[in-house]
Design a protein around this ligand. Structure first.
Ligand code: PLP
Length: 455
């Protein structure tokens, strides 16, 4: 079963037209007459996909790509994994929705989630998108603490509803910048980015303690003393696969304990194996108070979860789990099958092994290329930061766009749009295809360097 995807990958990249091809362009143009607000990734490369199996994507012109995006961190076990597709189709033919009544497949899923998550994270609710899970996490934090203020961090992303966006970076030009922005009681503080530290020690290394003491000062001076939780991504996905230094979360957890604050760990993007652990937070041996799961949780089927510690489970009775689609039988089947695949196919092990290969290759690339300022990542949550100059670290967004388009033209379906080249390949990928993707990226970087006169 483990190698089910290899037969589909044997001939990639297979490019039979210029890309985006004529049929892609035609369908894209017809669609955008009515469908508005596409992401920059799509605008920069308006291809129209028709099929996806394993680590491959095929467009309507018959061009076949290597997938380095997993949708958008979603189809982590490969497109149309046979076990997951089968599990969904069984319930699609038997029982599609039963509100929040118990179903046999939901019973199995709750037990499985409780088994794989660390500590006593075992009181849960299911939703159908990451934003709703984060909203539920915020409601849960209020219910648990009877407090209403929240602290999040610069460049975090947690979704697009009012509370979720209030914990997130707001972009100029985004709808939230046209009116009152953050909801009241939501605050942002800087978090440590090892490549661009705000506070350093005398030896130049990042000063995590300074961040923590700033938070402490912030809690005392800028809140009304009603802080419920810190809401954080364990590693910042949207911002460019930015991981904090290893001592950050242990120190933050201590601060939370000192002030009786909860730690809401938004693992929608980084969780369920993407970094080689069930939760990214496992890397630092931290058990958060509240966790949100999404994206990889159902491998493409819209299913997400909000989970709290057993001790706080009763508080969830105050926030109803009822939703139209949350935890429907198809969704539970997809999530259950996805967790089983991670176990049966030793996915965590593969992510750790191939993840090391990624980092090793990317280190070499960094040394060989004047515009690669930094490489970052754990497991299959990876980033390459492009800069105009390694000394000044000025972000090189123009290069980012060009590298993205050039690599796509070589047959790499991926997700960067800014100066950090984000990568989130399917977790089933082996070194051969990891190397193939990096080759396409490296060639594209070299071409862009030449175009900008670096060599
Ligand atoms: C960390 C994080 N939280 C929440 C969300 C929102 O998830 P969704 O788009 O499923 O609503 C995202 C989406 O990218 C995310 O990356």
């Amino acid at each position: 079963m483990k190698d089910w995807w290899k037969e589909y990958a044997a001939d990639i990249p297979k490019l039979i037209t210029e890309t985006p091809g004529p049929r892609s362009k035609e369908l894209h143009n017809r669609t955008t007459r009515y469908f508005k607000g596409l992401s920059s990734q799509v605008k920069l490369f308006p291809v129209c996909f028709e099929k996806g199996y394993g680590i491959t994507l095929t467009d309507v012109d018959g061009n076949k790509y290597l997938d380095f995006s997993s949708g958008i961190y979603v189809t982590s076990l490969g497109h149309c994994h046979p076990k997951i597709s089968e599990a969904v189709s069984i319930w699609a033919k038997k029982l599609m929705n039963a509100h929040d009544f118990t179903t046999p497949v939901k019973e199995k899923l709750v037990e499985k989630v409780a088994q794989v998550l660390p500590g006593k994270l075992n009181a849960m609710q299911f939703y159908s998108d990451g934003t709703s899970a984060v909203e539920a996490g915020i409601r849960a934090a209020r219910a648990i603490t009877n407090r209403h203020e929240f602290i999040s961090c610069y460049r975090d992303f947690h979704g697009k509803s009012l509370a979720a966006v209030s914990c997130a970076q707001m972009l100029r030009g985004d709808v939230h910048s046209y009116g009152p922005t953050r909801a009241s009681g939501f605050y942002m503080v800087p978090r440590p980015d090892p490549y661009r530290p705000l506070w350093t020690k005398t030896d130049g290394t990042i000063d995590t303690d300074r961040y923590i003491s700033f938070y402490e000062e912030f809690i005392m001076e800028s809140t009304v003393g009603n802080v419920s939780a810190f809401v954080l991504e364990p590693a910042q996905g949207w911002a460019g696969s930015i991981f904090p230094p290893d001592d950050f979360f242990p120190k933050l957890k201590k601060l939370c304990e000192k002030y009786h604050l909860l730690l809401l760990d938004d693992e929608v993007l980084a969780g369920m194996g993407r970094t080689g652990e069930w939760l990214c937070m496992n890397h630092w041996n931290i058990i958060p108070d509240i966790v949100t799961l999404g994206k990889s949780f159902g491998n493409g089927f819209p299913v997400t979860a909000m989970v709290v510690d057993e001790e706080n489970g009763e508080a969830l009775e105050k926030i109803s789990a009822s939703s139209s689609y949350g935890g429907n039988p198809m969704a539970c089947a997809a999530a259950l099958a996805s967790i089983e695949v991670i176990e049966e196919e030793d996915i965590l092990d593969n992510v750790r092994t191939v993840g090391k290969y990624f980092i090793k290759r990317m280190e070499i690339m960094k040394n060989d290329h004047p515009i690669i300022g930094d490489i970052k990542g754990k497991g299959f949550l990876l980033g390459i930061e492009l800069v105009k100059d390694k000394q000044t670290k000025e972000p090189f967004s123009e290069a980012g766009k060009l590298v993205y388009q050039k690599a796509f033209r070589k047959g790499l379906a991926w997700i960067p749009a800014g100066h950090i080249l984000r990568m989130s390949p399917p977790l089933i990928m082996d070194e051969k295809y990891a190397g193939m993707g990096l080759d396409m990226i490296e060639e594209s970087i070299a071409e862009v360097e030449t175009a900008f006169g670096y060599h």
